[in-house]
Structures are given as C-alpha cells and as structure tokens.
Ligand binder design. Structure first.
Ligand code: HEM
Ligand code: HEM
Length: 220
C-alpha cells in the first residue's frame, strides 16, 4: 500500500519570501538597536522588495498564495469551525487572517520607516523629504509602536505553530521548507503559477525599490 501522495503546497515565492521575512525582522531590529542605521535602511529596502513580491503574488500567484483564496468572511470561518477544523490545502480561514495581519503590519512598518526621522535629525528614511517634521515625528513613534505590535503578532504566529505541533501532533514547518505536504484523506492539487510571473514581479519590485532608494523623484 502506498501512503497519501504529497501535494505541492507552498511554491518557491511563498517559501523564499517567508524565510526572508523571518531573517530580516531580527536583522532589522539588531541593526536599529546597534545604531547601524545605514545597514538598517538597506535591509529595510530589501524588506520592501520582498513584501512587494509577496503582495503581488497574493494577486497573481499560485492558489495557496492568493488573498482571494484564503481571506474568508465570518460565515466561512464558522462553517470551518463547525466542521471540526478540517485540513485545508493552504491557509485555513482563521490562519489566513493572521497572515493578513503579519503582512499588513510588515507593510505599515516599512512605510513608516521610509518617512521617519530620528530625534537628532541625522538619520531619515529615503522618502522623509516628502513629509513635514511633525509627520516624521509621528512616523518615528509609529515605527516604534508598530514594531511592538509586530513582535506580538510574531509571538502569536509561533505559538500557533507550536500548538499545532504539540496539541494536534501536526508539524507545519517541513511544508514551509520543502513546499510539499501529504493529506490523508487526499486533497486536490492547488494550481501553481508559472515561474515567469514571479520573475516579472521581481523585476517590477526591483525597479520600484531602486526608485524609492533615490528618494522617489517625480518627473514634474
Ligand atoms: C519574523 C518572523 C516571522 C514572520 C514575520 C513570519 C510570517 C509568516 C507569514 C506572512 C506567513 C504566511 C506565508 C504566506 O502565505 O506568504 C507565515 C506562514 C508560516 N510560518 Fe512564519 N513567520 C515568521 C517566523 C516563522 C518561524 C521561525 C517559523 C518556524 C518555526 C515559521 C513557520 C511558518 C509556517 C509553518 C507557516 C505556514 C502556516 C500554515 O501552514 O498555514 N514562521 N509566516
Ligand atoms: C519590517 C521592517 C522594519 C523593522 C522591523 C524596523 C525596525 C526598527 C526598529 C526596532 C527601530 C528602533 C525604534 C526605536 O526604538 O526608536 C527602527 C528605527 C529606524 N528605522 Fe526601521 N524598521 C523597518 C523598516 C525600515 C525601513 C524600510 C526604513 C527606511 C528605509 C527604516 C528606517 C529607520 C530609521 C531611519 C530609524 C531611526 C529613526 C526611528 O527610530 O524611527 N526602517 N526601525
């Protein structure tokens, strides 16, 4: 007898962006805390590039990456809970919202970083010249506050994964590494997007970040 056949669950874009987020957040914290702000800003721009690719992939990527597939309304969440939380080939209806919260907080944190200015006015984000001193000050407070919210959300994320591991004896991590996962009973293979779309997105994100790094100059 053969066991359940593994599906292709998380494509390369989801996995690469995921592990880039997990590496960049601690590096961004460390570089800010040790006053390496040049490095911090470069890493922040790398974070912007990864986020742009992942957000774009949420619109044109594989089924399991698409926002329209995993962001469900309250009725779908209730049905999924009432059915005893069956396995889903992708983010489940509750997990989907925690993904949205993580990506939303990361986007907010990057946006605030782009316009912030430190207290002595020596270090600022590349788009700081577009905002007033007061707005930059608010952005500085926001950049600190949203970082703490992000830490809370990441703690919840890791706690949820540990809960699955120990309470439900379900280790979700290998699928985020290999991309594959077997379901028993089997589930249909989600549609995977072609690699050229990811390359086009990466090129667009690269150009956008290069433009932002120049201070986003306008032609008029
Ligand atoms: C700064 C740290 C982290 C951030 C910001 C983060 C963020 C995310 C995001 C945004 C997703 C959704 C993936 C997508 O659809 O693009 C996700 C999923 C996931 N993450 Fe993380 N993550 C972090 C750390 C970790 C760590 C350290 C682990 C492993 C121990 C991990 C394991 C997973 C797993 C297994 C999933 C898939 C969950 C599922 O099956 O629905 N994450 N994470
Ligand atoms: C997810 C991405 C980011 C994280 C997690 C992050 C985290 C942090 C943290 C923890 C601090 C120290 C805050 C404090 O205690 O005062 C900081 C400061 C700073 N960050 Fe970021 N940052 C991110 C993105 C960015 C980006 C994209 C830029 C600009 C390109 C940027 C520019 C700055 C600057 C100029 C400061 C010093 C001024 C201030 O405190 O606001 N950051 N960041």
């Amino acid at each position: 007898m053969t066991g359940p056949v593994p599906l292709r669950l998380w494509d390369g874009v989801v996995r690469l962006s995921h592990w880039a987020f997990a590496a960049l957040v601690p590096l961004l914290w460390w570089s800010a805390e040790t006053d390496r702000l040049d490095l911090h800003k470069r890493l922040g721009l790398a974070m912007l590039a990864v986020l742009l690719v992942r957000l774009g992939w949420g619109l044109v990527g594989s089924d399991t990456a698409r926002f329209a597939r995993f962001l469900k309304g309250p009725q779908a969440i209730r049905q999924w809970l009432a059915a005893g939380k069956p396995a889903v080939a992708g983010h489940n209806p509750l997990g989907g919202w925690s993904v949205a919260a993580l990506l939303g907080l990361l986007s907010l944190q990057v946006s605030l970083g782009l316009i912030t200015e430190d207290t002595d006015g020596l270090e600022s984000g590349p788009l700081n010249h577009y905002v007033s001193y007061d707005v930059a000050s608010l952005a500085r407070e926001g950049h600190e506050l949203v970082f703490n919210l992000l830490l809370g959300m990441i703690a919840l994320h890791l706690a949820a994964i540990a809960w699955y591991r120990f309470a439900r004896r379900d280790n979700l991590v290998p699928a985020m590494l290999t991309g594959r996962r077997a379901f028993d009973p089997p589930l249909p293979q989600p549609r995977m997007a072609p690699a050229w779309r990811a390359l086009v997105l990466a090129a667009i994100a690269g150009l956008a970040v290069w433009w932002v790094a120049q201070g986003a100059p306008l032609p008029f």
